[in-house]
Structures are given as structure tokens and as C-alpha cells.
Design a protein around this ligand. Structure first.
Ligand code: GLN
Length: 445
């Protein structure tokens, strides 16, 4: 009840939610009240959560913020939802995003733009902008987001919350509507590092329904918070502190480095020589995969059907009226990059760049425990400021995209303010070593 009251109080101005599930949620909450004993074993028992609208929730509309899926109600839960429901969380509703997770500001939503709770004339970041804003505004203690090129970490940074992109393969993608399957990961957005560890603990682990989920043991993430960071070796890539990064952001990162040093860590400058090619490679690879993944939205199998002529007419009208401009831009770019004759020049070359970037990270993390830098080059920008300039918009993710290409885990943690707006610090670790990220983030927090 308190949760919905809070949502009624703030969501008129923040607009983080697309769909609320009040009746079912209240029913579940009441049922859980009757069995509080069981709750002592389950840390997430009865905790209200908001879910990004590209994660399937049985019986609850899942639109990916696209008009094309305006009427789509899945019959099945995503694996992460099944696991959280077993832990007796209460799903409050579904959160706004950029359409099909393509964007960095929430302005590509097919419905409306979510506002940044710190300054409602500014964007919350994207694509998990609804998730970050709902947590920052105190509407829910945790939300799930997805990160293909920075979509958990960049909005976490803009809204001053903790957002983790787990190692590729750590969390099942079964039931996450695919954008770029080789990059997508689901992860938690929370107010504290500890809360984040609680959620990851439940959603991590192998899932036979997702062939890319990896069958390695899930460690105890909570116990990682207890260790200190004395003697830890932290690498700061010089490419992450170059011209594009705002002075106010750099200052906060430098002051975070001093704090970590005072806790006994040593920080040294390193280089990730291929990081500068990451954005170009990403937009080829992600768009190529998207063009294939989005082929299933044809007006026949899912969502809203337009046109009443022959089959081609239905395809054409459903897709041209259902998809927004950014989604169409990516489908065209991806289809072009994959067409025969161009494959070697674009897709294959981008795959090679991806390998080089992965080697850069392996090389640095061979001698260091974590890599540290800003999450995003700027703080939250004004709504409308970058909307008509896709290239500038794409550069929001220069610092987060390399990590999706390499598959490493990465967390964004709040580290101060610049001109009254939150700044995020990004920590990157070795594959499957989310524990070290949590330890450093918790020690800093
Ligand atoms: N902003 C990036 C894009 O538009 C990343 C999106 C994401 O991580 N889902 O592709």
C-alpha cells in the first residue's frame, strides 16, 4: 500500500512506470503477510520490485516500450522472474525504457520519456531509465534492467544508484526480449551495494533454457562485502579519462581514487589501446544482431497487427507503424552490414575488433584486481538536447560498451555530484568475479 502511495505521489512527475499491477500485487502482499515465518529464510521476502518492460512477466503486459507490442501479454515468466517469485518478491509493475532497449535517454520510448528524479527537465539515461529513476525516486527498493551497451550502468550513473551488469552468461537471458543476444545481460539496480548483492544472489546461475548461461557455481556475494581492500591493485585506463569526459566528472573520479588509496588500494594508470574502436564495432554488431532478432515481429506472431491486405501488406504496415525511428535505423544498418558482399568489410572486421578489446581487458586484469573509470562522460543531459543527434547520443556509452564486447562484469556506483547531478564510478572485473566489484564498491560507499 505504501509503495503504491509513493508511486502515486511521485510518478506523475517521474513517469518511470508503464504498467502497474496493483490488484495482483496487493493480493500477493496480503497472502505473504500470512506467512511471515517463511520470510526469515528469504532476504527478498515481500520486497516490492519494478521490472524493465523487456523482461517477460506472465499475465502482465510486456511492451518493450514499443507500440508494436502494445497488447502483448506473455504466458510465461522469464527465468529471472521465476527465481525472484520463488523468493516471494512482489512485482509492482513494469518500467519504461527506450524502445527495444535502443537508446541512452528514454526518449526513444514509444510512450513517454521518463524524467530524472534529481532534475525533471533532464533525462534519466537509458535504456533502463525507468528502472534507475524508480529506484532513485524511492518508488521501489530494487528494479531489474538489461545492459547491452551500458543500459544498466549509464542510467544508474545519471540517477545516482548502484547498477550491475553481470558477466555475460552469469544470469539467464531466457525471457529477456533479445536486442543483441551476444551482449545482453540482465542485472539489478538498487540504492546500495548490499541490496544489489542480495538480488544478484537470487538471479545468478545456470539455466538449461539459455545455452549461453554458464554452468559455474554461484558464490556467496554477501560475504564479499566484509573484506577490506588493503593491498588491492586498481588500474585506471588513460583512455577513460580523455577529452570527451567532463571536468566535473573527472574531478569526482579523481577524488574517489584518493579515497580508495586511503583505504589501502594502489591505483595506477594503464592503457586499453583498442577501447576507442569499441563504439564503431558495437553499432555494427548490435545492429546486425538486432536486425535478425527483430525479424520475429511481423504482426502475425506477436503484438499489434496492421493492414488487411495480403501477407506482405500486413508485414509492411505492422512494422512501419509499430516500430519507432531508432529501431528502424538499427534494423536498416544491421541488414546492410550483414548483406553479402559487405559481410567481411563490416561484420567480420567488427568481430576482430571485439577480440582485440577482450585481449586488452585480459591483459590489464592479469596484473590488476579491478579497472576503474567514470561510467559515462557526462552527467544527465537535458531532455531534447541530443534527441536529433544519434551520433552524440551513441557516445554516451563510450565507456560502458567495451565491457559488453568483452563480456566482463561491471558495476556503476554513485561517487559524488557535479553541478548538483550524480556522477557514477565504473568498476570492471575479471569474468565471474562480481565479488571483487562488490567488495571495492562497498568499501568505497
Ligand atoms: N545506448 C546503447 C544503445 O542504444 C546501449 C543500449 C543498451 O545497453 N541496451 O544501443
Amino acid at each position: 500500500e505504501n509503495t503504491y502511495q509513493k508511486i502515486r505521489d511521485v510518478d506523475d512527475s517521474v513517469q518511470a512506470f508503464l504498467t502497474l499491477d496493483e490488484e495482483r500485487a496487493m493480493e500477493k502482499a496480503r497472502a505473504l503477510d500470512e506467512q511471515v515465518d517463511q520470510g526469515s529464510e528469504q532476504p527478498l521476502f515481500g520486497i516490492p520490485a519494478g521490472i524493465k518492460d523487456n523482461i517477460l512477466t506472465a499475465g502482465l503486459k510486456t511492451t518493450c516500450a514499443s507500440q508494436l507490442l502494445d497488447n502483448f501479454e506473455p504466458v510465461q515468466d522469464a527465468t529471472v522472474m521465476e527465481r525472484l517469485n520463488e523468493q516471494n518478491i512482489v512485482t509492482v509493475g513494469k518500467l519504461n525504457m527506450d524502445e527495444f532497449a535502443m537508446g541512452s535517454s528514454n526518449e526513444n520510448s514509444g510512450y513517454y520519456s521518463t524524467k530524472n528524479p534529481w532534475a525533471t527537465d533532464r533525462v534519466p539515461g537509458g535504456s533502463s531509465g525507468g528502472s534507475a529513476a524508480a529506484v532513485a525516486a524511492g518508488e521501489v527498493p530494487f528494479a531489474l534492467g538489461s545492459d547491452t551497451g551500458g543500459s544498466i550502468r549509464q542510467p544508474a550513473s545519471f540517477c545516482g544508484v548502484v547498477g550491475l551488469k553481470p558477466t555475460y552468461g552469469r544470469v539467464s537471458r531466457f525471457g529477456l526480449v533479445a536486442f543483441a543476444s551476444s551482449l545482453d545481460q540482465i542485472g539489478p539496480l538498487t540504492r546500495t551495494v548490499e541490496d544489489n548483492a542480495y538480488v544478484l544472489q537470487e538471479i545468478a546461475g545456470h539455466d538449461p533454457h539459455d545455452s549461453t548461461s554458464v554452468d559455474v557455481d554461484v558464490p556467496d556475494y554477501l560475504s564479499a562485502l566484509e573484506g577490506n581492500i588493503n593491498g588491492m591493485r586498481i588500474a585506471v585506463p588513460k583512455e577513460f579519462m580523455e577529452e570527451g569526459v567532463e571536468a566535473g566528472v573527472k574531478e569526482q573520479i579523481q577524488s574517489a581514487i584518493r579515497t580508495l588509496e586511503s583505504l589501502g588500494a594502489s591505483c595506477e594508470e594503464v592503457s586499453l589501446p583498442n577501447a576507442n574502436y569499441a563504439v564503431a564495432a558495437y553499432y555494427l554488431l548490435a545492429s546486425s544482431e538486432a536486425s535478425a532478432n527483430l525479424a520475429r515481429f511481423d504482426g502475425i506472431r506477436y503484438g499489434v497487427r496492421k493492414g488487411d491486405g495480403d501477407l506482405m501488406d500486413v508485414y509492411k504496415k505492422s512494422r512501419s507503424e509499430g516500430f519507432g525511428d531508432e529501431v528502424k535505423r538499427r534494423i536498416m544498418l544491421g541488414t546492410f552490414a550483414l548483406s553479402s558482399g559487405y559481410y567481411d568489410a563490416y561484420y567480420k572486421k567488427a568481430q576482430k575488433v571485439r577480440t582485440l578489446i577482450r585481449e586488452d581487458f585480459n591483459h590489464v586484469l592479469h596484473s590488476y584486481d579491478v579497472i576503474l573509470g567514470p561510467t559515462a562522460p557526462t552527467t544527465a543531459f537535458k531532455i531534447g538536447e541530443q534527441k536529433d543527434d544519434p551520433l552524440t547520443m551513441y557516445l554516451n556509452d563510450v565507456l560502458t560498451i567495451p565491457v559488453n564486447l568483452s563480456g566482463n562484469p561491471s558495476v556503476s556506483v554513485p561517487c559524488g555530484f557535479s553541478n548538483g547531478l550524480p556522477v557514477g564510478m565504473q568498476l570492471i572485473g575479471k569474468p565471474f568475479e562480481e565479488r571483487i566489484l562488490y567488495r571495492v564498491a562497498h568499501a568505497y560507499e
